[in-house]
Design a binder for this molecule. Structure first.
Ligand SMILES: NC(=O)c1ccc[n+]([C@@H]2O[C@H](COP(=O)([O-])OP(=O)(O)OC[C@H]3O[C@@H](n4cnc5c(N)ncnc54)[C@H](OP(=O)(O)O)[C@@H]3O)[C@@H](O)[C@H]2O)c1
Length: 349
């Protein structure tokens, strides 16, 4: 019989992605044992208030009870972080940089780290350096489970020279751009995106462009650009004064931006160009902005709710290498996180 390796895993964050991951770990047990000789042992889960922990790993029923508890809106009991086994894989599906000390400790002890959370890689350059040089994976920080990070690492490792990365990295902003292009007013586009559940509870978190900028920054840093978020040129789709409004006020007053946005969209789409909110990383710089693209280009050809990343390299010049597909969603993101965990799992290497 195949020998099974027990891989301890600690989950930081037990929201939509964290819980989908727990369910997928349970659902994939047989396949992982067969394919990889692997058993993922969830030894602890943490939310913003507390921790549930057991040294030998939760059995599947206990793990699903924790999922149900969180789905009912409860929180874990406050507790300090237990000592983790040296080979533990810490999975960060939070959206805070408060986890960074735990991640760095784990890496120093020889453990592994898997991130869906962008902040540790888009914060201090020192954090990026420490994490990216260690036993870490962060596939889902850009384009959910699409193999963007793997591909970039492959291009870099294979000696190719990446000259430009261009991408549409936000499904929400892709949707808004498509609505504007179709002549729908900015206010209606934002309210529709919110109503369909495409935006964060506060849509300004998407419209401000910072989330897309963080994804672009992670790619730029992987290229060796020594940039911080403040170096990324970010086009916000609303003026900073509107930060003082409540969400409801903002949703109402978004109409005050209609004329300006309609004019901008008309200018960018002149001659049949397609409107996109795009990231461009080249020549040491990085920007995210509304832009008009050739309909025949890779960026022009995607379904607007999808994400795309296009690599122009020495070997992929006239026909750049593109990866596109569903770039958001808790289930697909959790599957990417699971893939990362499995790729790091096993006896310490
Ligand atoms: N959803 C997507 O499509 C997608 C795609 C790619 C990447 N991501 C990234 O994945 C991450 C998770 O997304 P999500 O949709 O699952 O978010 P979410 O539902 O808001 O879950 C976040 C979780 O983090 C917990 N948390 C907050 N601060 C914490 C702390 N200091 N220590 C431990 N846990 C803490 C929260 O605790 P409480 O339960 O107590 O609030 C919650 O359980 C985000 O960084 C997001 O950007 C998401």
């Amino acid at each position: 019989m195949k020998q099974i390796f027990d891989q301890p895993v600690f989950l930081l964050g037990f929201g939509g992605v964290g819980r989908a991951l727990a369910r997928q770990i349970v659902a994939s047990r047989d396949k992982l044992a067969r394919r990889r000789g692997l058993r993922l042992m969830v030894i602890g889960v943490a939310d913003s208030r507390g921790i549930a922990h057991t040294t030998h790993g939760f059995d599947d029923d206990a793990l699903m009870r924790l999922v149900a508890l969180k789905e009912a809106g409860a929180h874990f009991e406050p507790a300090s972080l237990p000592a983790l086994p040296a080979n533990c894989i810490v999975v960060d599906t939070t959206a805070t940089d408060a986890t960074v000390p735990i991640l760095l400790n784990s890496l120093r002890a020889g453990g592994g780290v898997v991130l869906a959370n962008k902040l540790p890689l888009a914060g201090d350059l020192d954090w990026f350096d420490a994490i990216s040089a260690a036993r870490a994976r962060w596939e889902t920080t850009v384009g959910a489970a699409m193999p963007v990070i793997q591909t970039l690492n492959y291009l870099l490792d294979s000696g190719d020279e990446v000259q430009r990365i261009e991408g549409s990295l936000s499904g929400t902003l892709g949707f808004i751009a498509a609505q504007l292009e179709a002549g729908i007013s900015f206010g209606d586009a934002v309210r529709e995106a919110k109503q369909r559940g495409y935006t964060e509870p506060d849509p300004r978190q998407d419209l401000g462009g910072k989330d897309a900028a963080r994804k672009a920054l992670i790619l730029a840093r992987m290229l060796g650009y020594r940039l911080n978020l403040s170096d990324v040129q970010i086009e916000s789709l609303y003026p900073a004064e509107m930060d003082a409004l409540t969400v409801d006020e903002f949703l109402r007053e978004a109409d005050s931006l209609n004329a300006r946005m309609a004019q901008r969209a008309a200018g960018l789409t002149r001659g049949g160009r397609k409107l996109r909110y795009a990231a461009v990383i080249e020549r040491g710089a990085c920007r995210v902005e509304l832009t008009g693209v050739d309909p025949a280009s890779k960026l022009g050809g995607i379904r607007t709710s999808d994400s795309i990343v296009v690599f122009t390299t020495r070997h992929y010049q006239d026909n750049p290498l593109a990866i596109s597909g569903r770039g958001a969603g808790q289930e697909v993101t959790a599957s990417g996180v699971l893939g990362d965990v499995v790729s790091l799992a096993g006896p310490m290497r």
